[in-house]
Design a protein around this ligand. Structure first.
Ligand code: 6CS
Length: 334
């Protein structure tokens, strides 16, 4: 009995000991509770706590608690946050080259190939200096699912976009991408999309299924159009000084957790997107799902080339290099 008590006391001490040098990593996500990024961050916190023996606590800040994506990126830049999700759809204003992930018909159609491509070390090595120049350590790119248009009318060809006000994220290239289809793109922060749809200030928006469900966009739409043109890509980044200041053991722990989560989040987003399509259709049976045929996609793919050219023209040779790096990574992972 005495030995049991002793073991218990030692265990309690072991539990308490880490508090002496209890570290806190503040981690902001660009989505609300219940999202893909939230699931990622919660698992990240769990694995970091587990593997650090409780010495590191990860505090997750969901979208809205610290402001818009632009504001959280700023907090990451100045070191108030140690970690943040930073999506090219917003980050493109600061690192124009990441807008390559916003180009349509560039990532491979096969989601598994796309996921491997995004984890490609060569691709990460290409982008790491661009992130470092803004005081960020790039940790990973991953996809949260296929981008789907929510609209009030069917869209099967670029001409159907005439006069359609479609909300896009705030990176400038997205305006060009939807201009190329003849739409009227309207950049807005994520938090303003639902009310803009409800008030008819916009006619549609584009996001993965899980987000359309979670943000209730499906309540204010009639069509879910699967164009098969792009996937929502995000990046996980750390503040560069924070990352550089970690001990080698902590850095290895962080890198390993990120590596483990890449495949886990792929499976998770696949499930979320599948399940939430079902629940949306159940909640609103009048929703019409359209999947573009290959010939229809071809027409959009041709129109999208104008945005590719504009990306290179506006951003310069580094945009061309980013596009080539993404294409080469795709080739390596087919
Ligand atoms: O549309 C947006 O702005 C947001 N969409 C998703 C799925 N994640 C974060 C991003 O800011």
């Amino acid at each position: 009995m005495g030995r049991c008590l002793m073991a218990l006391a030692l265990a309690l001490l072991a539990c308490e000991a880490p508090k002496q040098d209890h570290e806190v990593w503040r981690f902001s996500i660009e989505e609300t509770r219940g999202s893909v990024q939230d699931a990622y961050a919660q698992r990240f916190a769990e694995l970091v706590a587990e593997r650090s023996g409780g010495e590191v606590e990860v505090k997750v800040y969901p979208y809205g608690t610290l402001g818009t994506s632009d504001q959280t990126t700023e907090l990451l830049h100045n070191g108030t946050l140690q970690l943040a999700m930073a999506s090219p759809g917003h980050l493109g204003k600061l690192i124009p080259e990441v807008q390559v992930f916003l180009l349509h018909f560039v990532l491979d159609d096969d989601p598994e190939v796309a996921s491997r491509t995004l984890a490609d070390p060569g691709l990460r090595a290409h982008f790491a200096p661009l992130y470092a120049a803004k005081n960020f350590q790039l940790l990973d790119f991953y996809s949260e699912g296929e981008m789907v248009w929510t609209t009030r009318k069917p869209i099967r060809k670029p001409a159907d976009f005439a006069g359609v006000k479609i909300r896009v994220m705030t990176s400038p290239l997205l305006m060009a991408a939807y201009d190329a289809y003849g739409a009227n793109p309207t950049p807005l922060p994520y938090a303003e999309v639902y009310s803009a749809l409800q008030l008819n200030m916009i006619d549609g928006q584009v996001n993965p299924i899980f987000a359309i469900e979670e943000m209730s966009f499906y309540e204010v739409t009639d069509f879910l159009v699967f164009p098969g043109h792009s996937r929502f890509v995000t990046s996980l980044a750390a503040n560069e000084d924070f990352y550089a200041g970690l001990t080698p053991a902590r850095r290895a722990l962080l890198d390993e957790v990120v590596r483990a989560l890449h495949d886990e989040v792929f499976a998770l987003q696949t499930r979320y997107n599948r399940e939430r399509l079902d629940s949306m259709l159940e909640a609103r049976p009048s929703l019409t799902v359209l999947r573009l045929e290959d010939e229809e996609r071809e027409v959009f793919a041709t129109a999208a080339e104008a945005a590719h050219a504009l990306f290179v023209e506006r951003v310069g040779p580094s945009a061309d290099a980013a596009l080539k790096a993404l294409q080469a990574a795709t080739e390596r992972n087919r």
